[in-house]
Write a protein of this length. Sequence first.
Length: 75
Amino acid sequence: MAQKAKTAGKMTVGEAGRKGGETTARKYGPEFYESIGKKGGETTSRKYGPEFYEEIGHKGGQKVKKLIEQGKKRA
């Protein structure tokens, strides 16, 4: 990704996001991320049900299978 030159004390969106993320991590610690991850997972589970996880698991497995086949062809 091309990086723009800094101009007069301004920062890129990426730099601002990284700075904010680092500040949040120091302020709240790993437990904060565990908590919001758990809440998000529970909400997703209630909203979409077990079929959703079956579908995304299947898609992930198909992707891995395809990548393995590609790797074998290259070897």
